[in-house]
Design a protein around this ligand. Structure first.
Ligand code: NAD
Length: 297
């Protein structure tokens, strides 16, 4: 099959719309997901459905994956019936957030079979995935970059971080730590305002015109917290995974993260209370309960 034929594994909230954009851009796809409901919309649009990661990697020389947890990424890449068992695969583009340790392990395992890992975590949420406005952070050998960049540009703006596997993951973890921190501390600030008697909608408007503005006040509060929909599109389980990976990685490098550790605990509490599948904007509900207020407007 041609270079315009790609494999795609993991068709969830992010992977589904990204695979859809590749079809729109003229690529053909062989896809796999353990959830049949996730596969159906792509199959309806002409994608070939495979029964294992190995089968995907026998049909395409470039295989993309967008999977939830680092352990899943490692199993899909290197496990039994994994991508590594495919006959055609030459490079694997990992769009998931796995952390640098798993990226390094997967790169090493794939390299033993002559397959190159392209570490390519993304930021910008489900909206960005749909509209092709993601930030795509890339680490891979420079000669591979030339081959994969046209594919990754379909998802948004690309940024090359270097050749070493895992470098892009470090940047992605740092970004997600900041996004979760903004959400936690903005919830605390808004809870204080509401308790004092300020209308939270006005308070968010003021902050967004002032020096306290951030990704939570500009996006998450207006869209998912003030209207009480809690449907931003990123789960508590995934955010907790990212912040855990970030703080562990930083500490192993000798970089203390005092604030990061507190944010990690806030996510642990949110997950214990609302479950891993809850939207991560549920963090605000934990703060609300402690403060005895509702940030609604
Ligand atoms: P998701 O849970 O919606 O999708 C994951 C998909 O992988 C599901 O369809 C699931 O069925 C499938 N899957 C699970 N195990 C599998 C296996 N063994 N083989 C094949 N398929 C399997 O998750 P998501 O929100 O799309 O996130 C995917 C990745 O992207 C995560 O690493 C996440 O951290 C990252 N990410 C998410 C967002 C976001 O806003 N949702 C933004 C940036 C990055």
């Amino acid at each position: 099959m041609s270079a315009m034929h790609l494999g795609f594994i993991g068709l969830g909230r992010m992977g589904g719309p990204m695979a859809g954009r590749l079809l729109e851009a003229g690529y053909s796809l062989t896809v796999f997901d353990t959830n049949e409901a996730a596969v159906r919309p792509l199959a309806d649009r002409g994608a070939t459905v495979a029964s294992s990661p190995a089968e995907v990697a026998s049909q395409a020389s470039t295989v993309l994956m967008c999977l939830p947890m680092p352990s899943v990424v490692q199993a899909v890449a290197l496990g039994e019936n994994g991508i590594i068992a495919g006959e055609r695969v030459e490079r694997v583009i990992d769009l998931s957030t796995t952390g640098p340790a798993v990226a390094t392990t997967v790169a090493k395992g794939l390299a033993e079979r002559g397959v190159t890992l392209v570490d390519a975590p993304v930021s910008g949420g489900v909206r960005g995935a749909r509209s092709g406005k993601l930030a795509v952070m890339i680490s891979c050998p420079k000669n591979t970059l030339q081959i994969v960049e046209p594919i990754l540009k379909v998802f948004g703006r690309t940024f090359f971080t270097g050749e070493k596997p895992g470098l892009a993951q470090v940047v992605k973890l740092a970004n997600n730590l900041l996004a979760a921190t903004a959400l936690v501390v903005s919830s605390e600030a808004l809870a204080m305002g509401v308790k004092a008697g300020v209308d939270p909608k006005i308070m968010v408007e003021i902050i967004n015109a002032s020096s306290g503005r951030n990704s939570a006040t500009e996006d998450k509060f207006p869209r998912a917290i003030l209207p009480r929909t809690f449907d931003f599109g990123f789960t508590t389980g995934l955010s907790y995974k990212d912040v855990r990976l970030c703080v562990d990685e930083a500490e192993s490098m000798g970089v203390p993260m005092v604030v990061g550790a507190a944010v990690r605990q806030m996510l642990a509490v949110t997950q214990a209370k609302f479950g891993p599948d809850s939207d991560f904007t549920s963090i605000a509900k934990v703060v609300e309960e402690w403060a005895g207020v509702e940030i609604k407007g």
